[in-house]
Structures are given as structure tokens and as C-alpha cells.
Design a protein around this ligand. Sequence first.
Ligand code: 3H9
Length: 701
Amino acid sequence: MNAQALVQTQQQGPVLVVSINNPPVNALGQGVRAGLLAAVEQLEQDAALKAMLIVGQGKAFIAGADIREFGKPPMAPALPDVLNRMETGSKLVVAAIHGPALGGGLEVAMATHFRVALAGAKLGLPEVNLGLLPGAGGTQRSPRLMGVKAATELMLSGQHLSAKAALAAGLVDKLAEGDDPLVAGLAYVNELLARGVPPRRTRDLAIADKAAALAELDAIALESVKKTRGLFSPAKIIECVRAAVELPFEQGLKRERELFLECLNSPQRQGLVHAFFAERETAKIPEAKAAAPRALASIAVIGGGTMGAGITVSALDAGLSVVMVERDAESIARGQKNVEKVYDGLIARGRMTAEAKAATMARYTPSTSYDAIKHVDLVIEAVFEDIEVKKAVFKELDRVCKSGAVLATNTSYLDIDAIAAVTSRPQDVIGLHFFSPANIMKLLEIVVPSKVAPDVVVTSFELAKRMKKVPVRAGVCDGFIGNRILSVYREAANYVLEDGASPYDIDAAVRGFGYPMGPFQVSDLAGGDIGWATRKRKAATRDPKARYVEVADRIAERGWYGQKTGRGWYLYPEGARTGQDDPEVLAIVDAERKKKGITPRAFSHDEIMRRYMAAMVNEGAKVLEEGIALRPLDIDVTFLFGYGFPRWRGGPMKWADMQGLDKVLADIQEFAKEDALFWQPAALLQKLVAEGKNFDSLNQR
Ligand code: 3H9
């Protein structure tokens, strides 16, 4: 046996044990496919062998096709061919599954003749998350094993099934005790051999009651169109299952291949695969090479408002102990209530038991005294967004916290260097920008001020990992990565508004691009008073030569803050969850245009988006140029996880690459003819275009 080989074979009596050895997750790269095919041939040719057992080494059975190969020229042997050869062979083939058996990995298992799973196995066909469909027979074999409805739902949702659920669904034949797939698998193969069980080929299984199956599929298709708006592969998955019902197996496979290639060549696949790797890449930061995390068992949260409570829930859910500090008895009681409200909601929806809540709350300590946090490893300040208030808190933290405690501020805009400067230990001070609701939103901007120690940065990434957040490293500037870029493309939207588009047109264009909501809807949801306060704060430093659109101020001055006040950009009559267009808002917009002598013109959705995206990408390039973001992918991940950017477009910088940076730059240069101050092209963007490079060339992978 060659210990280095990607596929290792070993004879155990009459059984050929085939062990996949391609860390970290045994992806089915070309070498693995070739090794598997060679093993199948060996099985056929060696008369002493009666059966084959497939197992995975390490933590996974097989996590699917090697995603890094997508978009590169195909390399033989193709997985569907390997699996067809294996399934139609004359001898018994069995899979013993532990850990993930996903995508192509589950397709391998479904093409074997029998499957045993260990506790901890995770089975699924998540190709849809990558803009794909199961392309190695998965769409044809899963309906034959599980039934049309369950198989289609598994493929459309991308969800993973536990071993127990997979047994109930018919995906596996047996559950086994223990944690060694080799032991469990050999026992099962030998039992099958002893009983003289012949190969049972999935392709030969019938789909029961085809008419009923097609009716079920129609119903699923109707639902799916609504749920997967804008996505390409779900409809293709449904088409494949239809082929599984209507066509003989081989023809169904052919149809699956055609549709798989359509998905593989789609821009959505490119965007989604980029998102997959980018979200795993952001945790790779320079500090990790030089430092280890500090101890992290107990934390304190200063402030029990919506943000403080959300952070507290995230920390409790991560298994940490939390001391929450508020200024008086009434405030701390409210803070505790805010935390309990989250858990009570889970209990009401049957997603938590009262006992589990009690056990979680046992790690929560409310206090009105800073002395209660002397012992904690990390503090997150989440008080009112005002630099003087925050500085006062940090002076207190500096006084009471133990030496080496990490002192973090949850701010969206403020200068963290200035906050660190009021303490005697700026090396311990960092920014942790959570997004609301903090217990749900995955993004965490980790904002690195100039004097912070590397191990504080690493500890913050460790906290993010424990909280199951997606961390992005950002530098200090007004708004960091996300809000800084937001403020610029939001302004571009205001210009389009003042020049002729209605807020409702702009929102529709942005939704048409794939966002769940447009910017004016978001403003109504967040509360128009928040943006108004920011604008007032920035008024003193605003460049008097810069164009400023006052429409939002006119709306806010009327007390129309959005959903919470019943009207904002939209009207929300009693009980309405979605807003209605408001003619009075249109009149306000019109009056502002008249005041400035602007004759409104028409904007197509395409032009609205060209401006919106050009502003986003241009500011993104400036953020990179200044080192505020480490790599373009950090900007992409910020927008995917914090700002509703459609995942299938991969993020704004990936979107720009896919458009062609020369096109984006040409747009910016064209818009600059109207307003050269706002539309100053980023030097980095110009440089990349001149060198014929794209943003991805800066994603050192
Ligand atoms: C498919 O199968 C198509 C077929 O139907 C058709 C064929 C014709 N390939 O997530 P982690 C890397 S489509 C290459 O941090 P975890 C990952 O990038 C595929 N690399 O660990 C990371 O690298 P690094 C369908 C992969 O324990 C490292 O492994 N399958 C692949 O939190 C560890 O990953 C899927 O969509 C891959 N397939 O989670 C499954 N998978 O260390 C995708 C992972 O350099 N994978 N890597 O950053 C997953 O869902 C999770 O990785 C898994 C482990 C649950 C397996």
C-alpha cells in the first residue's frame, strides 16, 4: 500500500478496502477519480476479490467534487463514468460513511450497492449552493432511493441529513455503532457476503407511481420559483428529476450531464464558488502567523440595548460566560429582558426548551457595577454611538479590567485610535463591529487600530469563530469597509433620485439586481432618524463643493422615520408590512428638484444599477488602496454577509471582475463628466485596467 496515494487499496480477505486519502475533506480531484477507477478495475479482474468497501480517511467520507477544478479544462476520468463503471460491475460494492458525504461524495455512495452510516455522518447534495446540480448521477439516483419529493427537496435546499434521517429517508441501509468506518464497513460487507446478497444497483430501482411523482414535482416547482428568485440552478434540478421520472436511466443521465454543463458555465456558478472560498479566506490574516489567541472564557458586555443584548446572546450561545453592565437597576433589568426575549422567542417556536434557556442564562450575570468585570478576558462596549460617551466607558474599563484583558468597542463609524488613546493600554483596544440583529447577522468587522497587539487581533478572530460569525479584518476610517462604501453608493442613489428616478424605481432596480430590498426600503426599516443623525454629524466636515441631496432631510424633518412611525419613503398603513408608494414623498422630491433647477429625466433600471455599482466598486478600490481592506474578497464577504448583496453575484469586486474592469472604469469616467468631484476614479482601478488585471489577482490564494 502506498501511504502517499490519494486512493489507497488494501486486501482484507475477499474484500478490497478502498480508502480515500485526500485531506482535508477527501474531495474528488482527478487523482482520486483515477484511483477509484483503478480500484474498480482491480476488483473486476482479481478473482480472489468478492467485494469492495469504500471509506474516507480523516474527518470526512468525501465532501464532493474538488471545487477548485471548476472552470478549468475537464480532466479524465469524469466522475459519472467512474460511478457507472462501479455500479454496473459484477461484484458487490459498499460504502461506509462517517462525517460529510456531500455532493459528489454522496453520489459515490449512491452508486455503490449498499450503504452503512456512522453517527456523525452528514449526507447531502448541496451543489445548489454553488450554482450547480448533482452532476454524477445524483439527480437520477436520489429519486430512486428516496422518492421524488424528498430527493428534490434535499437538492433544492442543500441541507445535510444526519445518519438517522438518511436511514429513514432510504439513503442508507444501516446505521452502525462506533467511530471507525473501516470496522463498521468490513462487518457489513462480510455480513452481506455471508448472506450471498448480490449487487443491488440503484439504477434498477423503480420510481413508484410516476403520475403522482410528476404532480408532486409540479407543486415543488411552483413553490421553488417563488423561493429561489433569480437563481439559475434550482429549475435545472427540477428538470433533471423530471427526466429521472420520465426517461430510462441512461437517457436521464445524459440530460443531467447537459444541464450540469449549463450550470457549470453560468456566471452564477462563478459567483457562488467565489463566495464559498472567499468566506473561508477572510479568517486568514497576517497576525495569525505571529501570534496565538489570549485566554477567552468570560466576557463582559457594556450596554443592554438591542445591540448589547444581541452580542450577549451570541456570546452565551458560543458557550461563554457574560457579565452585562448597565448604568442603573432599571436599565439592567431592561437589558436582561432583551436577552430573555430572544430565548423566549425560540421557546415559543419550539426551538429551545425552558431547561436549555435556564442552563444558558446561568452563564449570564447582570450588574450595575464595573467592579463585576475585573476578572473577564474580553469586554465589548456597546453603548450609544457617541465618541465622548465611549471614551468615558473606556476610561472606566482601563481602571477596572485585569491586565491583558481585550477591550473592544462596537462602533460603526467612530475613530478607534482616539478611543484607545484615552486608556493606558492602547495595545489591548480593538473594534468589533457587529451588525443588527447581532445574534443573527453573520458579519463581524474586526477593526484594527494602529497600536493594537497582534494577539488581540487573533483573539478577536477566535471570538468570531466561536460565535460562528464571518469575520472580516478592516482598518480604521469613517465607516470601516462596509459603511464607508455604503455611504458612497447611497449618495449615488440620491443623485439618481434628484435627477429624475423615484425612490420606488430605484428600489425596484436594486431588487431586480438580486438584493432582497432597495436602499429606501432599508432606510425605512432601520429608521430614517439614524441616517439623519449621521448626516448632521458629518455636516461640519462636508466639502462645501460636494453635491448634497436634501430630500432625506425633508422627510426626516417631518418625523417620517419609516416603519416605526408608519411612514418614511413609503406609507405603512396600520398592519401593513410592505410599504406603499407615497405621492407626498414624490411631491417633496419634485419640490427639491425645482429648488435646484433640475429638470427630471428618465432612468432605466440598467442605468440606475450601473451608477449604483460603479460608485460601490470605485469606493471599494479606494478602500483597498488605503489598506482598509486586506483583499478584494474581504469587501465581497462584507457585502454578502452584512448588506444583502446577492450571493450568486459573488460580491461587488467579483461582480466588477465579471463585468470587466475596463467597462466599470469607462462608466465612472463617463459619469465624471457630470460631477468630477464625486466620480474620481480610484488610482488602483486605473492601474489594474492599464495592466490588464482584475481584482481577483489581488486575492493572494
Ligand atoms: C459537487 O460535488 C459536484 C458534483 O455533483 C458533480 C461532479 C461531476 N473541494 O469548510 P471548511 C476545503 S460540488 C475543494 O473550512 P468544515 C475548504 O476550502 C461539491 N476544497 O471545513 C477548506 O480549505 P482551506 C459539493 C474543499 O469542517 C477546507 O476544505 N460539495 C471542498 O467547516 C476545510 O473546509 C460541497 O459543496 C471541496 N469540495 O466543513 C461541500 N470542501 O482550509 C463543500 C471543502 O484551504 N464543503 N474544501 O480554507 C463543505 O460544506 C465543508 O467544507 C465541509 C467541512 C462540511 C465538508
